[in-house]
Every structure is written in C-alpha cells, then in structure tokens.
Design a binder for this molecule. Structure first.
Ligand code: PMP
Length: 440
C-alpha cells in the first residue's frame, strides 16, 4: 500500500483542528475512502481494500449497488424536499414491508435519520406509555450518542456523562467473557441473569418502563447471550407489564444468517413491543426507524413531525436495498458464507496465541484477542491486527472493552472467494501482531 502523502497529512491535520477530539478514527493514518464497488473500496491514494466492516455495518448489500444508485439518482432528480407533512409513496411502501417483516402485530413504523434517534424515540415511547423513566439495560451495551441513548449505554467508555434523563438499572446478560458469570454453562448463565434481573426489579422504585437490549452486542464486541436468555427475561418482564425494546441496529436484516432479526434467536421471547433499526437498511444513506405495536406507538399525544425521517431519497434507496436483499436471499448468503468464514477463522484461531475466542453468527463475527504472555485482553493486539490488515488491503473493525475484539461484518453479498481472501489476510495479520507482541 502507498503511504499517506502530504495531501493526506494536510487533510488529517485540518480534520483534527476542526472536528471534536472525542471523535474516534481508526489507524495511525486514517483512511480517506473515496469510492466503493461490491465488497471493495478505494482510498484517495488509489489503494484498494476488501471491506469487512462496511463503515460499521452500514453497507448491507454492496457498495455502489446499481439498484440503490438508480433509485437514489432518480429520486434526487425529481425532488429532495423532505418532511412528514406530505405523503410519500416510497415511505409508505417501505413502512408496510418493514411492519410485515418485524413480526410485531398491528405494527406502526416511524422513520428517523439515525440509530441514536431511533432509540431516543423508542425510549420516549416506552417512558410515555408506562409513565416511568426507569429503564433496564444490559451491561456493556451501546445504544447511541444522544442524551437518552447514552443514558442506557452500559459502558462508560462510550457514555461520557453520568447526568441522565433516565434512571437506568443495568443487568447482566451482555458480555459474558469476563466477570463473575464467565465460567457458567449456558443454562447456569441464564438462571444467574434472570436472578439478577429479579433482584434489580426488587430494587426498582415503582414502575419500570422497559428493557432495552441488543440481541448481539455490537460495539460491545459481538457478544451473543445464549439462545433463550431473552425469552427467560421476557417471562419476568411480562409479569410486570414491562416493555421489551430490541435494538436491531446491527443485528437486523438477516446479517446473523439464521434469523432475519437478532431477537428471533430467542423466538419464544417474541415478538418484541418495540424494535429499532438503522445502519444497513439505508446501505449508507442516513436511515433509521422504530417499529412498535400501534397501542405503544400511538401513546404520544402531541402533534409531531420529522423533517428528514423517511425522506424521499432515503426511502427510495432503502426500498431498493431491501428489495435486493430479499430477492437475492442475502440472509441465506450470510448463513452460508458466514459459516465458512467462521470455521476458517476458528481454525486460524486454534494455532494463534493472540486469539481467545471466535464468536458470532452469520456475517457478524467477533475475534477476541489477548496478550500471548498474560492471556489478558489486549487492545494493543487489536490495534496491530487492524494496521497489519490494512497494510494487506483489508478493512475490519474493532470493539469490546477494552477494544480487544476484531469486528468482522462484511456486506451480505460477500462471495466465498472474498471470504477466503479476507481470512488469509486476517491469518497473516494475526501472525504479524503476535510476532510484534512477542518481540515486545
Ligand atoms: N444502536 C446500536 C446497537 C449501534 O451499534 C449504534 C451505532 N453503532 C447505534 C444504536 C447508534 O446508531 P447511529 O450511529 O446511527 O446513531
């Protein structure tokens, strides 16, 4: 790969001078991506990369998918004007399809411009419906960047203020690879988490509005609870009328292979009361939303509008993207190619001193890294692997606390050959990182 020249250095300096210090970037020399096609992107210096992160799972189908480009350009050539004050044919059609796909009976759909805003809306609905600002959330969760969504974000590394509009009760059930429950079997883990939830509810001050949970924690490092945990939680919640919000911002649209939504891995739990989505549905366009039972969605009494939620351009792109996804059974592709990639990475992991665990579902695969000398979580290893993979032409993400998990989430059209190519690069990058760590 060619290294960053003066133009790149100047842009990065300007970025740092004008953007907030807390805005994270990857790599010693952050990449300026200027073009994409299929599962590949190119930077401003002409380097090509296989994209295994899709800008944090936003590229759901493929980069520059002709169907999405055509729908967006056609709409952009007609009108960009946006607001829910007027009817929008594609928004209605997209909402109908999402309502049907959600599995929620009598579902209503509200479009937003981000996942954060979707979760804000879900929390507004739950607190209004239940007339309570007490929310249950999972440890190690990430739900967004706004005042209410950081109030339910369990990890303080991602939640910069302790001032909160919500009273949040954090329960076990998120990350499992560390902490007191790490050594438990699945059944023991579920029983321990339910006991913890019961205990927390005993401490709650009156009515609790809702539990918000990611079926697989995304930023938290692709950690899956055992199947059935959310069903066991649901039983406890139902006894008290507490709503269940499933945050499907990373797990939706078939990415997990076996299921269209992450919550369906806990099928007996469903359907949820509220489901939030974003990222992949727009394939890069700013689109998110909330699905809820009509009774819950309609509990808000004030007249309201959204300027950008469900705009003509984003809904046109999202509808084309969703149509492509369903017509080409990309969920099936995520299951097949994701399964191959997972077993390939597991065999790489078996001989790597830096890998503790390969986990996930479909095309949502986490690789947890440790220091070979101590076996402790190693953010340094993740940093080295990301840099080494980038040098070899592969983009991956990282997450977890303390940022020691590789996050692999390619566009769902990934081919077997591309999975193989990516796995080879990851294998080499893991070797590079292990060598550097061992050399100290
Ligand atoms: N929920 C989850 C599970 C997420 O992963 C994210 C983004 N990483 C969000 C909500 C917030 O989405 P956005 O960045 O679009 O506001």
């Amino acid at each position: 790969q060619s290294t960053g020249g003066p133009a790149h250095a100047a842009l990065y300096a300007r970025h740092r001078a004008v953007m907030p210090d807390w805005l994270a970037t990857y790599y010693e020399r952050p990449i300026e991506i200027v073009r994409g096609e299929g599962r590949r992107v190119w930077d401003a210096e002409g380097n090509e990369y296989l994209d295994f992160f899709g800008g944090i799972l936003t590229t759901m189908t493929a980069h520059a998918l002709p169907e999405v480009t055509a729908a967006v350009s056609e709409q952009a050539g007609k009108i960009l004007h946006s607001s829910t004050l007027y009817l929008n044919h594609t928004a209605v059609e997209l909402a109908e399809r999402i309502a049907h796909l959600s599995g929620i009976p009598d579902a209503r759909v509200f479009f937003t411009a981000s996942g954060t805003e979707a979760n804000d809306t879900a929390l507004l609905l739950a607190t209004t419906y239940r007339r309570s600002n007490q929310i249950l959330a999972l440890r190690n969760s990430y739900h967004g960047r706004s005042f209410s969504s950081i109030a339910v974000t369990g990890n303080t590394a991602w939640s910069p203020t302790s001032l909160s509009p919500l009273q949040t009760l954090y329960v076990h059930g998120g990350v499992r690879s560390r902490g007191p429950y790490a050594h438990l079997t699945d059944d023991q883990f579920i029983a321990a988490c339910v006991a913890d939830l019961d205990d927390m509810l005993g401490q709650a001050n009156g009515t609790v509005a809702a539990l918000i949970a990611e079926p697989i924690q995304g930023v938290g490092g692709f950690t899956s609870p055992p199947d059935g945990l959310l069903a066991a939680f649901r039983e406890v919640l139902d006894r008290r009328g507490i709503l269940w919000i499933t945050d499907e911002v990373q797990t939706g649209w078939g990415r997990t292979g076996e299921h269209f939504w992450g919550w369906q891995a806990h099928a007996q739990a469903g359907p949820p009361d509220i489901l939030t989505f974003a990222k992949g549905i727009g394939n890069g366009l700013a689109m998110g939303g909330v699905v809820a039972r009509a009774e819950v969605m309609n509990c808000l009494r004030a007249d309201s509008i959204s300027t950008f939620g469900g705009s003509p351009v984003t809904t046109a792109g999202a509808l084309a993207n969703l149509t492509y996804l369903l017509e080409h059974d990309l969920q099936g592709n995520a299951r097949r190619v994701g399964g191959l990639l997972m077993s390939r990475l597991r065999s790489v992991a078996a001989t790597s001193p830096v890998v503790r665990e390969v986990r996930g579902r479909g095309l949502m695969i986490g690789v947890e890294l440790v220091a070979p000398s101590t076996g402790e979580p190693s953010p340094q290893a993740a940093k080295l692997v990301l840099e080494a993979a980038r040098e070899r032409g592969l983009l991956i993400g990282k997450g977890g606390r303390p940022a020691n998990v590789l996050r692999i989430a390619p566009p769902l059209t990934l081919t077997v050959a591309e999975a193989e190519q990516g796995a080879e690069i990851i294998e080499a990058a893991l070797q590079d990182a292990a060598k550097q760590l061992e050399e100290g």
